[in-house]
Design a protein around this ligand. Structure first.
Ligand SMILES: O=C1C[C@@](O)(C(=O)O)C[C@@H](O)[C@@H]1O
Length: 224
């Protein structure tokens, strides 16, 4: 398993690390949504699964459930665990100057950083998506952007931005949320997106329009 994200990585998104054995057959890593989990620290400490963990502690203001107080400190703390090979940090926290410590801790410990941005309202114009991804890439190993698509033009703009950044040599992960965007989860990897997210249990989706894990694995593998 390479966690440089230089080839596509499928993340099983879950708030329950007991799901890992079910994810093993299809996923490359587990995205542990600490913000949605019960007792995230003790789940992580007890974890003895095979798949490496990408830890996410998503802020309330970015669509998650974590309170701001201590949020990034907790994320920094879990980078000490051997199973945690990557973390997700909101681009906005980085730009606000709140993430310096967590970024430095991750770097010191050789943990990969994903800087992410989400738009739950719509799809920004293509140049803005390119700017956001370029900005995120300045601070992190992977620049991630999830938007909400309501039309085919939205999905094409996202795929086109993905292709541009990828051919420029940037490592990006992109996806469009919502029904109109679902297919981008399968197709964006063709244009260079390096991470896909899917729930083990479709009832427990962590974003609108996700496929279940087995389906996304099949679709991505067929298209590559
Ligand atoms: O940021 C992302 C991407 C995501 O929102 C998606 O659209 O698949 C799912 C989240 O679990 C993850 O943290």
């Amino acid at each position: 398993m390479n966690l440089n994200f230089d080839s596509f990585v499928l993340a099983a998104a879950t708030a329950d690390l007991a799901d890992e054995p079910l994810a093993r057959d299809h996923a490359d890593i587990v995205e542990f949504r600490m913000d949605l989990a019960e007792d995230p620290l003790s789940q992580l400490e007890k974890y003895d699964g095979e798949l490496p963990i990408l830890a996410t502690n998503r802020a309330e203001w970015e669509g998650g459930e974590a309170q701001e107080d201590g949020r990034l400190e907790t994320l920094a703390e879990v980078t000490a665990l051997e199973s945690v090979e990557a973390i997700d940090v909101e681009l906005q926290s980085i730009l606000d100057g709140d993430a310096e410590e967590v970024l430095e801790t991750a770097r010191d410990r050789g943990v990969t950083v994903i800087a992410s941005a989400h738009d739950f309202e719509g799809t920004p114009p293509r140049p803005e998506m390119v700017r956001t991804l370029t900005e995120a890439g300045k601070y992190a190993d992977v620049a991630k952007l999830a938007v909400t698509a309501t039309s085919k033009a939205d999905t094409l703009a996202l795929l086109s931005a993905t292709e541009q950044l990828t051919s420029h040599g940037d490592t990006v992960a992109t996806m469009a949320m919502g029904e109109a965007g679902s297919h981008t989860r399968a197709v964006a990897p063709v244009y260079g997106s390096k991470i896909g997210y899917a729930p083990v249990d479709p009832e427990e989706a962590t974003a609108p329009g996700q496929y279940d894990l087995a389906t996304l694995r099949t679709l991505v593998d067929e298209l590559q």
